[in-house]
Structures are given as structure tokens and as C-alpha cells.
Design a protein around this ligand. Structure first.
Ligand code: WTA
Length: 648
């Protein structure tokens, strides 16, 4: 890396931050040298009903596979996020809600008010029969009730499973059924970028495929028309009438589940990633404090959707555990225009904004004037997450948005990791555009080659993690064997991330992207197998293969190859119909950007589709397809190349 690509820690950050460069080395060193003491010390940042005396208790080995943290501790997550702040900062704003429509009024909730709302919500859930350990599916847009609902589950020990509002009724039904939840919390409609999303109608449509669904709690948000099914559907405001605004927090074991969040993998259906109460909250709180040097009084804005892990950890659990003022925004960063995200920063005097590279690339494309039309004087720190950030977008964020004065905190992590794993600390870490820099305390990284050989020094390979950390997922809901197989069987004794990564001579980590069949579309994970399964459900489709392709704004786009059943004819209408089909089956985020009709797919003689070739063609890199002689029918490749859908 050339020296000019190094952005040293600004002097004022080095002076005022909690952790400076020497501090980082010490912290990291200690976390690995004496993890037992280190983690029990860290556990003190939480309020325990019973303080743990055991830290990590885990093994990644097949014969003794288990992961537990603080297993003798007892706590309640919502009490950690609310009750314990009441004495000191009951009147401080906990949650600021910024509406989609810039002319509408924001809403603000103090810790005391948020506590009351969460308790009331918890009482509604209890009145609907929800008990400790039950699964509650939450299908809500970015409205304050989403925060109330998640924390209410945590309060009574119910396990929430949030389904992103952009998922279709079919996808929703699959997630309701998989975790066996009998109740869904939704609202009449969502609102994004001036458009309405028919959430309640989607729940109605999902019910046909979710026979176990017995209760739907409906929050009135837009006031749009909905059909209420007697005996199943209840209005939240009616159910809440007369219920108290206090509710005792349920004492939970540290290892009791807090939530399930479905995420895509290389194969099969989405997996229900399960997180625990104690370890997860500790990780959320610690990483929020370290990576962002969070201080009381700072207004914190994580611009993710609460339907993704980033929203769980950094809109709610981390910041609220730390007594922060957290902002939740209903709308899109570039609506009504590309100034909006920065206008929101000005309106609420945001100190740190945390968003995805895809949003930055889209905003960058609209030009600097939209940024310069705003003040941004309150901004001190800029965060990014979700996909590798290209150095151009990084520099634009740093130079134009932050006017050169705000460190860029690029955080690498996954739904499975619970919170940030590789990230700079603003007072400690010199920055390099495009690198998430260095590991968090306790995170022991390894680069391994395809054969499992450990690579040392400057090297590029697959990223594995050799020890457990408190925020690690505990299992795949209902399928512990799949948990082991997916993450611990590739490199025995290690957690395999699925990401490729380079380590430079300074020990900085550079994530190069997924090395499995997961694609990252606008920072959202999508399994190619899921899109393929959706396509082959169409009566005219015989076979489908899906790969990622480079996309200027989204990072990766979806390129689908489709073989039709004998007798069916390819046409532009059918192409449009198939794209629409996938939108309906999974959701708009899964809609292929390009769809090519392919009379045949490149397969080995044993019938395995050679995705490497399909990826090259999708990328437009047809001159280096490599060896195609092992294909059952090499001629199919010529047809695929000739009929490639040009990038548009
Ligand atoms: C990718 C989102 C590079 C990576 C929190 C990972 C990143 C997947 C970064 C997880 C980053 C996330 N730099 N790549 N800063 N952050 N990724 O589960 O491929 O939605 O495996 O979690 O996103 O996506 P997930």
C-alpha cells in the first residue's frame, strides 16, 4: 500500500478517544492471552441478575462441539437496554424517529417513555398468550413500534424473528413455519420513499402457507385499509387498552435465546441464525463502544433496516445497552432527493452515521451538490458495513461527506458474528481506504488456503476464526447439525466465514468478498440456490443457474441462466414474467438484473454445473473461460457466450 493511502489517526481523536494505538495493542493482546479474566471483566459492562463466573466454554471440534458464554449468568436484555438507565438518564432521549415524509414530525422517546412503551407491548404479547421461549415473528417497517416489539420480546423471554418488510408472503410464510411461531406482529402498511408497502395484506397472503399462524397483532401506522380476520387478527391499540405500562423483566439465562434471524447460505433454505442473550448483548455493546468510541450525548444513527442484523445490533441492542440516543429512519437515504440522508444528519445533529457502501455509491453518482447543500457540521465519525467498500466510495465519504475531518469506520462482520469483528477504532487505528483494518478484542483470525494450510504474514486466502467470541451465533434453529456442517467442517476446529481475505504487511485485513455461492446485492445476502429454487418453481422452467455479476451501485447484481421446458419459447415477455415471479416468490431484492435463456448449462460429465464458467460469462470476461474440455457438451458454452445479456 502506498503511503498516501494511509490516513493517520487525527491528533484530536488520538487525544480524546478511549483507546489509542498502544491501548489497542494492549487490549487485543490481553484478550487473547487471558481470555477468562478478560471476558469476565468485560461482562461487568452489563447488569446481571446473577453475575457469571464462567466466561467462554466452547469447542469447535466435532467430538465435543459446543459454544457457551457466561453460562452461569442471569440477566434480562431489555432491562439492560432500559431499566438500568432510568435513574441516571430517564429523561434523556433514547430513540429519535425520523419519518419517511420530510414534512412530517419526528417523534422522540426518552428512556422513561421507551420503557413504558416496551412494557405495554410486552403486556399485549403476554395477553395474546406469548410466553418465555415462544417465537414471535415481527414483520414491521421502520416505525417506533418495531423497537417496542423487539424489546418487548426480550423483556418476556420470547424469541423474536424479524422478517424484513421487503420479503414476499411466500418468504414470510417459510420463516413463520420454520421456527414454529404462532404469532406475527405487523402493521397496516409500510412507507418508504413515498410509496406504501401492503404488509398486513402480505401477512394475509402468507397465512395459506403458514397453517400454524394463530394470531396477528396489527399496529395502525398509515391508517390504510386492511381486512381484519375475526378470531385471528387484533389491533395493537385495542389490545393495549387498559394494560399497564409496567412489566417485570423475565430473568433469563445468558445462554437463553434472544432472537432468530434468517440469512442466506450457499445451499438450501435460509438458515435461522440463533443468538443468545448474554454473549450477544455484551458483543453488541462492547463493539458499539470501541469501534465508534460512543460517548453519552452523541446522537447515533445506524441507517440499516431493523430487518437485518445491522439494525438489530446497531439500531437497538448495542446503542441502547450503552445508554445512547439512537435514531431510526423510516425512509430511503435518497428520497425525496440525494440530500435527504445529510438533511437528517443536520436535523438531528447526528454525531455518527453508519451506512452501506451501496448507498454511498448511489449518492455519489448523484453528485456532490446534494451533499454540499447541507451543513454536516455535527458529524464526527462515518461508518460503513455490509460489503467491501471500494476505495473511491471510501474517499468520497471521507473527503466530501466528512470534509476530511471524520474517520471512516469500515466494519466487517456477519449475521453469524452478532457484531463487528474487524474494524478500526477511531483513536487507535490509521486507516486505509478499502480495508476494515484490524480485529476486535478476542477475535483470532486466520487465513487458510483451499487445502486448509494456514498462511502467515502478508497473504491472501479464506478467512477463518480460530476461537469463539461472545457474540457468536449458537446454532441454526432446529438444525444443529447444519450449523456444524456449514461453519466448522470446511476447516476442522475453525469457524469458516465464507469470505476471501488478504492480509497486508502491516497486518491489515482486506475482505475480497464471498468465496461461496452467496452473493451480496446492495449489502444484502442472497443465496444463489434460493433464486434458482424460485425460478424452477415456474411451470415453464426446467433448470436455472444463478451467479453474481459486478454492478456499479449494488456491488453485485444477479445474473440468471434459465433453461425452459421442451416446447416453451423464449421471449422478452417471458423474461419479464420470470423476473416478476422471483420478486413474488422471494422479494424485490432477489429479482435478477439479467436473465439469459440458455438451451443448455455447462455441466461436467457427472452433471455438476460449472459456475466458474457462468460467472465469467456474466462478468463479460469471455476470453478467459479456462478449460472447458471436461464439460459433457462443450458446445453449450458457445451458445451462452453468443447470447450473453449485455450489461445495461
Ligand atoms: C460482507 C452484515 C467487506 C461479507 C453485517 C460478509 C463485508 C457478509 C463487510 C455478511 C465489510 C459485511 N467489508 N465485506 N465491511 N461487511 N460484508 O450477514 O461478505 O448480511 O460475509 O451481515 O457481508 O452479510 P450479513
Amino acid at each position: 500500500m502506498a503511503d498516501q493511502d494511509l490516513y493517520p489517526v487525527p491528533a484530536e481523536w488520538a487525544a480524546r478517544a478511549r483507546v489509542d494505538a498502544a491501548g489497542y495493542d494492549k487490549l487485543y493482546g490481553r484478550s487473547l492471552a487471558d481470555p477468562g479474566t478478560f471476558w469476565l471483566e468485560q461482562a461487568r459492562r452489563l447488569d446481571w441478575i446473577k453475575r457469571p463466573e464462567i466466561a467462554g466454554d466452547w469447542s469447535f471440534e466435532a467430538h465435543d462441539f459446543h459454544i457457551r458464554w457466561f453460562s452461569d449468568g442471569k440477566l434480562n436484555v431489555s432491562a439492560n437496554c432500559l431499566d438500568r438507565h432510568l435513574a441516571k438518564r430517564g429523561d434523556q432521549i433514547a430513540l429519535i424517529w425520523e419519518p419517511d415524509d420530510p414534512r412530517a414530525e419526528p417523534r422522540r422517546f426518552t428512556y422513561r417513555e421507551l420503557h413504558a412503551e416496551v412494557c405495554r407491548f410486552a403486556n399485549v404479547l403476554k395477553a395474546q398468550g406469548v410466553a418465555k421461549g415462544d417465537r414471535v415473528t415481527i414483520y414491521l417497517p421502520m416505525i417506533p413500534e418495531a423497537a417496542f416489539a423487539l424489546l418487548a420480546c426480550a423483556r418476556i423471554g420470547a424469541i423474536h424473528s424479524v422478517v424484513f418488510g421487503g420479503f414476499s408472503p411466500e418468504a414470510l410464510a417459510g420463516r413463520i413455519e420454520d421456527c414454529g411461531s404462532k404469532i406475527v406482529v405487523t402493521c397496516d402498511e409500510g412507507r418508504r420513499g413515498g410509496k406504501k408497502v401492503p404488509l398486513k395484506a402480505n401477512v394475509d397472503a402468507s397465512a395459506a402457507h403458514a397453517p400454524g399462524l394463530a394470531t396477528v397483532v396489527v399496529v395502525r401506522s398509515t391508517g390504510g385499509d386492511v381486512t381484519m380476520q375475526p378470531g385471528r387478527d387484533v389491533w395493537y391499540h385495542e389490545a393495549a387498552e387498559g394494560l399497564p405500562a409496567t412489566c417485570p423483566p423475565e430473568p433469563m439465562g445468558a445462554e437463553d435465546p434472544l432472537f432468530i434471524l434468517y440469512t442466506s447460505g450457499s445451499t438450501g433454505k435460509p438458515k435461522g441464525v440463533l443468538h443468545s442473550s448474554g454473549g450477544y448483548l455484551l458483543w453488541a455493546s462492547l463493539t458499539h463502544e470501541l469501534a465508534f468510541d460512543y460517548r453519552a450525548g452523541n446522537v447515533w444513527w445506524c441507517a440499516a433496516d431493523v430487518g437485518w442484523v445491522t439494525g438489530h445490533t446497531y439500531i437497538l441492542y448495542g446503542p441502547l445497552a450503552n445508554g445512547a440516543t439512537t435514531l431510526m429512519y423510516e425512509g430511503l437515504p435518497n428520497w425525496p432527493d440525494a440530500s435527504r440522508i445529510w438533511q437528517v444528519c443536520d436535523r438531528h445533529q447526528v454525531h455518527t452515521v453508519y451506512t452501506a457502501p451501496t448507498a454511498l455509491r448511489a449518492l455519489m453518482k448523484d453528485g456532490d451538490d446534494f451533499v454540499k447543500a447541507t451543513s454536516r457540521a455535527s458529524l464526527k465519525l462515518l461508518g460503513t458495513v455490509g460489503e467491501p467498500i471500494n476505495p473511491e466510495a471510501w474517499r468520497w465519504y471521507h473527503d466530501v461527506v466528512g470534509e476530511g475531518r471524520c474517520p471512516v469506520i469500515d466494519t466487517w462482520w456477519q449475521t453469524e458474528t452478532g457484531g463487528a469483528m474487524i474494524a478500526p477504532m477511531p483513536g487507535a487505528t490509521d486507516l486505509k481506504p478499502g480495508s476494515a483494518t484490524k480485529p476486535m478484542p478476542g477475535v483470532d483470525l486466520q487465513l487458510v488456503d483451499a487445502e486448509g494450510q494456514v498462511l502467515t504474514g502478508a497473504a491472501e486466502g479464506n478467512l477463518a476464526i480460530t476461537r469463539s467470541w461472545p457474540g457468536q451465533m449458537r446454532t441454526v434453529w432446529g438444525d444443529h447439525e447444519r450449523f456444524f456442517q456449514t461453519y466448522f467442517s470446511t476447516y476442522p476446529g475453525k469457524y469458516f466465514t465464507g469470505d476471501g481475505c488478504r492480509r497486508d504487511a502491516d497486518g491489515y485485513y482486506w475482505i475480497t468478498g464471498r468465496v461461496d455461492d452467496v452473493i451480496n446485492v446492495s449489502g444484502h445476502r442472497m443465496g444463489t440456490a434460493e433464486v434458482e429454487s424460485a425460478l424452477v418453481l415456474h411451470p415453464k422452467v426446467a433448470e436455472a443457474a444463478v451467479v453474481g455479476m459486478p454492478h456499479d451501485i449494488k456491488g453485485q447484481g444477479i445474473y440468471a441462466y434459465v433453461t425452459l421446458n421442451a416446447g416453451e419459447t423464449a421471449s422478452d415477455e417471458l423474461r419479464a414474467e420470470l423476473v416478476k415471479w422471483v420478486r413474488t416468490e422471494i422479494g424485490p431484492i432477489a429479482a435478477p438484473d439479467k436473465l439469459q435463456f440458455a438451451p443448455g448449462l455447462p455441466k461436467t460429465r457427472s452433471g455438476k454445473i460449472m459456475r466458474r464458467i457462468l460467472r465469467k460469462i456474466a462478468e463479460g470476461d469471455v476470453s478467459s473461460l479456462g478449460d472447458t474440455s471436461t464439460l459433457a457438451d462443450p458446445a453449450v458454452v458457445d451458445d451462452l457466450v453468443a447470447n450473453r445479456v449485455e450489461a445495461g
